[in-house]
Write a protein that binds this ligand. Structure first.
Ligand code: 23J
Ligand code: MN
Length: 256
């Protein structure tokens, strides 16, 4: 029984820090913009029910309006056609919502090239230095994109040729889907690169990872504060029955 008591004293003593990897949710939270002819998601919004007024004299409350894929959120396998026989977000086992996490930092490369694509060789170079990818855990691709999250235009970084945000190559996505990981996390508006609509297959990270029963975490914040290895990630999507994903509170436990 000592394990949880030790954890509590390490939390109280600051030897374990709780990091919030979640972006704030508001009507200013950037949301993905798919090109025509595709339909787009609602952003996040609050609809006032009452605010200590005649509609509710002693209480304040709102309805929330949001797509499943808004802000920091979880992609379930059924989000993609390749995973259509997989789990919806309510069926993801709770035991899989807590697990190890590692960070592959390509923020310098992405600052120089917003279309940077993570390659198998990048991940293999990382594993030579830091050890294997975490079995049953998350791989976060750090791009530095969180710094743009308060500005939708900078975050989506679109011009006449479409959005320019980093992601993963087709080969890397196919290979990642074969690793014993739980899923991939990113700071950008989707787990795929901005240009991934034109890849073959389109949106390879969604296609291969969700097709392999793995998960995605999108628009993470504070990734720069995570250690390269050794942290524990807690992802808490809402158990939306039949849902393809959900806004999520994502926390990390980090030893200091
Ligand atoms: C639908 C279509 C394409 C993409 C996405 C959603 C996402 O990025 C998402 O939030 O899952 S790329
Ligand atoms: Mn999504």
């Amino acid at each position: 029984m000592a394990t949880l008591a030790d954890l509590l004293s390490d939390l109280a003593g600051g030897r374990v820090e709780v990091l919030d990897l979640t972006a704030p949710l508001s009507d200013r939270t950037p949301t993905i913009q798919l090109p025509p002819p595709f339909a787009n998601t609602n952003g996040f919004a609050l609809e006032r029910i009452s605010n200590y007024d005649e509609a509710g004299p002693a209480w304040y409350w709102n309805n929330i309006v949001a797509g499943e894929h808004v802000g920091t959120h979880f992609d379930a396998p059924v989000h993609w056609v390749t995973g259509k026989d997989g789990l919806d977000v309510s069926r993801v086992p709770a035991g899989q919502l807590v697990g190890p996490v590692v960070v592959i930092d390509k923020s310098a490369e992405c600052a120089a090239n917003p279309d940077y694509l993570l390659e198998i060789a990048d991940v293999e170079a990382w594993t030579r230095e830091h050890g294997p990818l975490p079995t049953g855990g998350w791989v976060i691709f750090r791009t530095g994109w969180d710094a743009r999250a308060d500005d939708q235009a900078a975050f989506l970084n679109a011009n006449e040729t479409g959005p320019h945000t980093p992601g993963m190559s087709v080969e890397c996505a196919r290979w990642m889907a074969q690793q014993p990981i739980l899923g991939v996390g990113v700071e950008t508006v989707g787990t795929d690169a901005g240009a991934a609509h034109s890849f073959d297959p389109p949106f390879p990270c969604h296609s291969f990872l969700l097709g392999a029963g793995k998960y995605g975490l999108t628009q993470l914040a504070n990734v720069a504060k995570l250690p390269t290895t050794g942290a524990i990630l807690i992802a808490a999507p809402l158990p939306i029955v039949g849902g393809s994903g959900s806004p999520a509170r994502v926390l990390a436990l980090v030893q200091r």
